[in-house]
Design a protein. Structure first.
Length: 243
């Protein structure tokens, strides 16, 4: 489920959650956005949102605001680099205070931030600059500040370990939970979750093979082995099949 900044005005018409927007945009179901769009966040989803908004709203002013600096943004370097030439305004060190408007979004008020001392993880902290507020006019706000796993209904006897960003994991190195034969894994993005799922599948296979008294088998090559198959996946050629 989507996180929100917890500021006044989040429920105003014109405020949309990033994953809802991206899903509807991908399915061609999204109503046209406005002409002054602000995306709040600094991760990969924020980059996807701001680039999609740029493409789907010709002539609109599109701004991405994040409370840390570019160097501290969680988005991948490649994502940021490819987005920069697209006539997107990037505003760093801005943290949302409230979303303004009556019947519809009209603006976002931000607190200007500055870098502080490193926190316990070594990452530079941010702190507000006293009295430094800035308002950005807009008619659409896309919230892209993160997702949290919905853990409602998961049995407590699994003894799940909850990662720092809220996804469930097993309590053993192989991903097994406190209940024998049940595994759990996750990740901060689709790519990370897919990798975690692959590792979990290997652990499950090893567990089942052991129970059957059989040796653990290596994971099959998804592309069929050292020689190209009769039909290469789209985008692949004989020259790049194997390095």
């Amino acid at each position: 489920m989507a996180s929100t900044p917890g500021v006044p005005g989040e429920e105003l018409p014109g405020v949309v959650k990033a994953l809802d927007y991206l899903l509807e945009a991908n399915q061609d179901r999204r109503a046209p956005l406005g002409q002054q769009i602000v995306v709040i966040g600094g991760g990969d989803v924020a980059i996807d949102s701001v680039r999609s908004a740029r493409r789907m709203s010709p002539g609109a002013k599109v701004t991405m605001a994040y409370r840390r600096t570019r160097e501290e943004a969680p988005a991948g370097e490649e994502e940021l680099r490819e987005a920069e030439p697209e006539n997107i305004e990037f505003r760093w060190l801005l943290s949302p205070v409230r979303i303004l408007g009556s019947a519809h979004v009209e603006a976002v008020e931000f607190q200007r931030m500055r870098l502080g001392a490193p926190d316990k993880s070594g990452r530079l902290s941010v702190e507000p600059i006293p009295g430094a507020l800035e308002t950005i006019a807009c008619d659409t706000v896309i919230l892209a500040i993160g997702q949290k796993a919905d853990l409602a209904g998961l049995p407590t006897e699994l003894g799940l370990r909850i990662a720092s960003k809220g996804w469930p994991e097993g309590v053993r190195p192989d991903g097994m939970t406190a209940v024998d034969g049940i595994f759990a894994s996750g990740g901060r993005s689709v790519v990370h979750a897919m990798a975690a799922g692959t590792r979990a599948a290997e652990s499950i296979d090893a567990y089942l093979q052991k129970r059957a008294g059989k040796p653990t088998l290596p994971r099959p090559d998804p592309f069929g082995g050292p020689t190209p198959p009769a039909r290469l996946p789209p985008g692949y050629s004989e020259a790049v099949w194997r390095p």
